[in-house]
Design a protein around this ligand. Structure first.
Ligand SMILES: *Cc1c(COP(=O)(O)O)cnc(C)c1O
Length: 403
């Protein structure tokens, strides 16, 4: 069949696989914190394309670098030196605990690389033969076969059996279960510092520190998934910095290149030995264009110390929400870190999200009952006030009808 197909009742069926439950809105333009649809309606964007447009839409510095690079060179194979890739990696290692970077094209691929590196380090460098990775219930690590297996939520696994072996899940904050799960086959523990898709659940510092200690004791690699929390969002460049620990490996994607699709897996220098020539690769990983977008994004965030801004604006957003929603019976809890904030409600929030869209505010859920706010790092107090006032109006109405 070619073209769109007419269905019964004259409904036109899309030529796309229906993998997404899409809203009936076509966004056609974005600038800063705002988006416009094809009807000319304007929206205040408090979801940032799912934590991707961290510098807002079409940020000038990134756009300039991209346009300049488009004039020079788009793609060369990783069989050649790629100066932009070297520079992007050097910028990332200069500003983090990592010494080496592998570029890919998405979060799931970054986690795949982390999983492969952890296994290969144990199997080829330490010769321990270990392969098992422990992750946590409610975590989210991606949609490839290995990363959906790593993910601690059954809904992403249904119908995809058989799943790869070598993953174990334990409840978050359960020290006993974690210790019991470690065997002589375990090679790594993988965790998000704020479980994002799982409901915006910040991990308790004592638990993170205990994990780091267990990793040292048992010679396990600590892998931190910073795909959603990284690039300044939580009030540090990377969320692990809040905890006084250093991961062996961490993964980045979403906001890494301001909307250009780039992922990266970063690790300590001793892991270089495990990722020797030919052990891993990606055709598109770290092209001149992709890494131009990374350079511009990292330079903008580091140059402006934008994580500090995220911390300040995150505090303001949290205070405003707590003040305005105080005593609201529709709200069960408000939590988060920096500019990732979840409002847990007494029922599914799908309706609230649709109503917010009609008022001109874009948000997203994190699990059924949590409304997740992910404004860009340059969001203003005025924009926060506007969003909070819309949320307050919606939740006040909800509280009235659910009493
Ligand atoms: C989004 C996300 C991923 C997957 O990233 P993709 O680019 O969609 O493959 C993995 N881990 C976390 C924490 C995420 O938020």
């Amino acid at each position: 069949m070619s073209g769109t197909q007419e269905q019964g009742q004259g409904q036109v069926q899309s030529s796309l696989f229906p993998t997404y439950a899409r809203y009936p809105i076509s966004l056609v333009k974005g600038q800063g914190s705002y988006l416009w649809d094809d009807q000319g309606n304007k929206y205040l964007d408090f979801m940032s394309g799912l934590a991707v447009t961290g510098l807002g839409h079409a940020p000038q510095q990134v756009k300039e670098k991209l346009v300049a690079q488009l004039d020079e060179l788009w793609h060369v194979s990783n069989l050649f030196q790629i100066p932009n890739q070297e520079k992007a990696a050097a910028l990332l290692t200069a500003n983090t605990c990592a010494d080496a970077v592998f570029f890919c094209n998405s979060g799931a691929e970054a986690n795949e690389a982390a999983i492969k590196l952890a296994r290969r380090y144990h199997q080829k460098v330490l010769n321990s033969g270990r392969y098992e990775i422990i992750t946590f219930n409610q975590s989210f690590h991606g949609r490839t076969l290995a990363t959906l297996t790593a993910t601690g939520q059954d809904k992403v696994k249904e119908g995809f059996a058989p799943l790869p072996a070598g993953f174990k899940h334990v409840p978050l904050h359960d020290v006993e279960a974690l210790e019991a799960a470690i065997t002589n086959q375990t090679c790594a523990i993988m965790i998000e510092m704020v479980q994002a898709e799982g409901g915006v659940i910040p991990v308790e510092p004592a638990f993170v520190q205990h994990i780091a200690k267990l990793c040292k004791e048992h010679n396990l690699l600590l892998i931190i998934d910073e795909i959603q929390t990284g690039m300044g969002r939580t009030g540090k460049l990377f969320a692990y910095e809040h905890y006084g620990i250093e991961p062996d490996i961490f993964t980045v994607a979403k906001a890494l290149a301001s909307g250009f699709p780039v992922g990266a897996m970063l690790g300590k220098g001793y892991l270089r030995e495990a990722f020797t020539a030919g052990s891993h690769g990606s055709t598109f990983g770290g092209t001149p264009i992709a890494t131009a977008a990374v350079i511009a994004t990292v330079e903008t965030i580091v140059g402006g110390r934008l994580w500090e801004r995220a911390a300040e604006m995150g505090d303001y957003l949290m205070e405003q929400l707590q003040e305005k929603l105080d005593g609201n019976t529709y709200v069960r809890a408000i939590r988060g870190k920096g500019l990732i904030i979840g409002i847990e409600c007494i029922e599914p929030v799908a309706g609230v999200i649709a109503e917010a869209q009609q008022k001109g505010l874009l948000t997203v859920s994190a699990g059924p009952n949590v409304l997740r706010l992910l404004p860009n790092l340059l969001v203003t107090k005025e924009e926060i006030d506007t969003a909070v006032s819309m949320i307050n109006e919606l939740f006040t109405a909800k509280a009235a009808v659910t009493q």
